[in-house]
Design a protein around this ligand. Structure first.
Ligand code: NAP
Ligand code: ZN
Length: 353
């Protein structure tokens, strides 16, 4: 066991602050990574503030962060995929049972015995729960460590490990999007990656936003059209015309307004995870034989596929790089939907602590 610098929150109402946490020494299968950048996902904020208390209550102190990119510093004796000096990525998962039907199918994100990167019981017993990427280093089983394409900007790669795979996976799963009308609801970290991927897959992309100030950016990011969702007249014009809609909103909203946008057999996939249950109008689904589904991150093989795709197509997140000392300010801005379009923490700033 060794000690690592980190930022943690001591309670749901405490700010994140400098801390020292235990990390395990690399076992045979482990890769030790010096963290260079860590993205700030809205899930970090939900967890720090215990907003998902009924599903996964937060254990304090919490060290969030599951959009990790860094460089390998050492590897265990049985590690075959990585060597010191390699670039490495870690997303939301650090372990699973490897034997259940979901793991067998490469869907570790659906494994009932998975270990999340933070706030999951720590199987190695280093601490009561796992600690995430707001830290100078992390030790992870090589099976959950991803190869990072060398041609991409690392600050912009970090958010691919969650925002990237969470949008890539459901868009891919929907099938051939070429020429299809795809809506992306909410232009934040997930939403802006959804726009980039849907565009890369050949879709006609329409962004729904509550922020008129994001219109120009949405077009620049690849949207063909932008709808200000608070304007009923604009919404009405597109009623019943979408093949697929990806809903990334982090807070309470009227999902029925978006279900009504779907064409026959259209699907709305929820990836946003608001705190409270969402009321659904039966008729919004019955009329048009529409469906509503959900999706959570992606499996390890698909995450590698997504990173390779990003390397080939030169896709990264648009990031505001911040020092860790600005993390609490960044959280306040996230709540106000004021991020362009992901905060990426430069972990070198932790050396000053
Ligand atoms: P984010 O960067 O804060 O973006 C969320 C966007 O939702 C905002 O930028 C805003 O877009 C819109 N929004 C926020 N409040 C709203 C409201 N009250 N009404 C309507 N629109 C609102 O968050 P994120 O990191 O992309 O995460 C989005 C959600 O996905 C979170 O709930 C997060 O926990 C969840 N998530 C799920 C998975 C998964 O595997 N399913 C993975 C990662 C994250 P506009 O300004 O454009 O309106
Ligand atoms: Zn996330």
């Amino acid at each position: 066991m060794y000690k690592a610098k980190a930022y943690s929150a001591a309670s749901a109402t405490s700010p994140l602050a400098s801390d020292i946490i235990p990390r395990r020494d690399a076992t045979d299968r482990d890769v030790q990574i010096e963290i260079l950048f860590c993205g700030i996902c809205h899930s970090d904020l939900h967890s720090v503030r215990n907003e998902w208390s009924s599903i996964m209550p937060t254990v304090y102190p919490i060290v969030p962060g599951h959009e990790i990119v860094g460089r390998v510093t050492s590897v265990g004796t049985a590690v075959t995929k990585f060597k010191p000096g390699d670039l490495a990525g870690v997303g939301c998962l650090v372990d699973s049972d490897h034997t259940c039907p979901n793991c067998t199918d490469g869907l570790e994100q659906l494994c009932p015995n998975q270990t999340l990167t933070f706030n999951s019981p720590d199987r190695h017993g280093t601490a009561p729960v796992t600690y995430g990427g707001y830290s100078e280093s992390i030790v992870v089983d090589e099976r959950f460590v991803l190869h990072v394409p060398a041609n991409l900007n690392l600050a912009g790669v970090a958010p691919l490990l969650c925002a990237g795979i969470t949008t890539y996976s459901p868009l891919k799963r929907w099938g051939d999007l070429n020429g299809k009308k795809v809506g992306v609801v909410g232009l934040g970290g997930l939403g802006h990656m959804g726009v980039k991927f849907a565009k890369a897959f050949g879709a006609k992309v329409v962004v729904f936003t509550t922020s008129p100030g994001k219109k120009e950016d949405a077009l620049r990011l690849g949207a063909d059209e932008v709808i200000i969702s608070t304007n009923p007249a604009e919404m009405l014009q597109h009623s019943g015309t979408f093949n697929f809609i990806l809903d990334t909103i982090s807070a309470d909203h009227d999902i029925n307004a978006y279900l009504g946008m779907l064409s026959r057999d259209g699907n709305l996939t929820l990836v946003g995870a608001p705190e409270k249950p969402i009321p659904i109008s039966a008729f919004a689904l019955l009329i048009g034989r529409r469906s509503l589904s959900g999706s959570v991150i992606g499996g390890i093989a698909e995450t590698q596929e997504m990173l390779d795709f990003c390397g080939q197509h030169n896709i990264t997140a648009d990031v505001e790089v911040i020092p860790i000392q600005k993390v609490n300010e960044a959280y306040e801005r996230l709540i106000k939907s004021d991020v362009k379009y992901r905060f990426s923490i430069d972990m070198a700033s932790l050396k000053a602590e």
